[in-house]
Ligand binder design. Structure first.
Ligand SMILES: C[S@@+](CC[C@H](N)C(=O)[O-])C[C@H]1O[C@@H](n2cnc3c(N)ncnc32)[C@H](O)[C@@H]1O
Length: 226
């Protein structure tokens, strides 16, 4: 049965979409996501919460010498984005259906990603739900482990209180990252910060955006200790 985002089309994720339960970890139980690509030696970037895959499709079309993995928890968005990458013939894009927090913390190999992109991740505004936010002390450490030396984390949100949360986490982890100026990626159109679906929706509503980039510092080795 077809419904929702697929609008009656059959979504075909073959070769582009993978479920975390299908991954074959190495002997040390970690998984190198670069192995999902036909050219695994290309520079590798990760997006957490890819939604419909708009950033991935736009950016990979403009950056064909790089590989992009989108990690998306929602099965419906995951299938839509993987089918979309396949229809565009983007061999530099793969989708992984997984909880990105768990994947980065427990499965992903260390030292693999040049960039981690987090665009308009869920704000979970109620205090009792803050623990569901992607950015936590543990994920700050996981991202540091997964990034290559000098790797970048781009964070963009429209949500003022989540922005404060990001700033507080950045301030608490100055041993792991320094803060640097955010530059819009190639995917951004005129007047856009990134050019994702949520950004376009929020732009129509006239909401202001916040953006920061964190650069991985090298001082701490194997920092995902807890
Ligand atoms: C608000 S939407 C933004 C989508 C897209 N980045 C955009 O800007 O249009 C957030 C997306 O992140 C996904 N998501 C939230 N937490 C996640 C997690 N821990 N792992 C993977 N995906 C997650 C949600 O399913 C949703 O598709």
């Amino acid at each position: 049965m077809s419904f929702g985002l697929s609008r009656g089309r059959t979504l075909d994720t073959s070769g582009f979409g993978f479920d975390v339960s299908d991954l074959k970890p190495s002997e040390d139980e970690s998984f190198d996501p670069r192995s999902m690509f036909t050219s695994p030696d290309r520079p590798f970037e990760l997006e957490v919460g890819s939604g419909k895959g708009t950033f991935l499709v736009q950016q990979a079309s403009l950056q064909p010498a790089r590989n992009f993995l989108g990690i998306e928890w929602s099965g419906e968005f995951f299938r839509y984005a993987a089918d979309r990458a396949r229809r565009h013939g983007l061999d530099g894009v793969r989708l992984l259906r997984a909880d990105a927090s768990e994947f980065l913390r427990f499965s992903c190999a260390a030292n693999v990603a040049e960039v981690i992109h987090l665009y308009f991740t869920d704000p979970w505004p109620k205090k009792k739900h803050h623990k569901r936010r992607f950015i936590q002390d543990a994920t700050m450490r996981s991202m540091h482990r997964v990034l290559r030396p000098g790797g970048l984390v781009h964070l963009v949100t429209d949500h003022d209180e989540l922005w404060e949360w990001y700033q507080n986490h950045a301030a608490r982890h100055t041993d792991l990252y320094d803060r640097t100026t955010f530059s819009p990626p190639d995917s951004a159109g005129d007047g856009e910060v990134v050019g994702t679906n949520f950004e376009r929706k929020y732009q129509r509503e006239g909401r202001p955006f916040h953006a920061m980039t964190l650069r991985r510092l090298d001082a701490v080795e194997d920092s995902d200790a807890s």
